[in-house]
Write a protein that binds this ligand. Sequence first.
Ligand code: SF4
Length: 425
Amino acid sequence: MPTVNEIFYSIQGESTRAGRPCVFVRLTACDLRCSWCDTPYAFHEGQKRSVAEVVAAVEHYDCPLVEITGGEPLLQEDVYELMHRLLALGKTVLLETGGHRPITRVPAAVVKIVDIKCPGSGEAERNEWSNIDRLAPHDEVKFVIKDRADYQFACDVIARHDLSSRAAEILLSPVHGVLDPKSLSEWVLEDHLPVRLQLQLHKYIWSPLSGGLDSYTAAAIAKAQRFSLYALTVQYGQRHARELESARAVARALGAERHLEVPIDLRGIGGSSLTSDEAVPRDRDLAEPGIPSTYVPARNTIFLSIALGWAEALGAHDIVIGVNALDYSGYPDCRPEFIGAFESLAAVATRAGVEGARFRVHAPLITLSKAEIIRRGLVLRLDYGLTHSCYDPPPDGRPCHRCDSCLLRARGFLEAGVPDPLVLS
Ligand code: SF4
């Protein structure tokens, strides 16, 4: 059974298929540690899923293009069966591999995108050079370039191995935020290098950003996938308005392109202890059945509707939300059924949807426990001291340690085995 980190549908940002809708299957584990790696969360996190389950999840997106990536996908034996099953369904299958594992057993019809690690990655010694002799005419070779020395290395390899005649395309990608793409373009033009400069497509995503731990982590995961963040915070008359300050701090820390705050006062609707004078439950047994009074009627439907409207206005198709169905307070709008139903709604409720655009609601935390969410955030070096979780803070804004949200947070940090910076402060 393969261990799968995530399966998601997005616009392909790399390779000659850049710009096309694609389903990504990210498998867990990698035996390299490239200095610029942007998916360290794939080193360890993931869930065992049968090949049949993975294929069904891919099928759900009804998309002819699939990329299997990692981590390093060739570390898992089941990847071969997965590739065969996807090919049998008529999919175009791309395999992104780090270039240090033999590609001998990869089915011929799979398009391999084989990295050649440059010295700046710290892993150049691991290149499996015999892979070059195994390239099929449709395969592509990729160099991630950190600096001029990496560029020179790539030039030497391209010439020494006559790569232009062996691969369908040679891709050169600048390390995001380290090497200015303009410099790389100038070097390529100066040398008339027969390569395709690969710039990440600008991707847009929305994050209903509350300033809490979950929405911070969900937005950071989207950022690590190189989405551009447009952060949305709704001022809905919540009694814990302190979270708005945290939302601003988090949006700044994540480098959001824009942070929109929309006031919609839900106190007029009522029906929740978070938007009224009704007491917020304290010291509750979290295993107690039923939906607590902190549920805000249709809150996530309202948030996602605003996000959908903003997404449509900007031409974006991806929305991320930090809900999770494990360690939550029993709210119905935190479950996969709700997310799936909202995607269906978006398809029929918007002009973009009826004209063929496919809106996706990404809920990367939905199957994670609070401890797993915290661990993933720590890998992404998030500062949880910026966040706010308490539903009922006293006037000094410090957490009460007794509401459901504080209790879930405390349990999460305890299980993750790390101290909560909010408690320390
Ligand atoms: S091979 Fe890929 S997943 Fe592994 S460390 Fe390098 S960039 Fe990260």
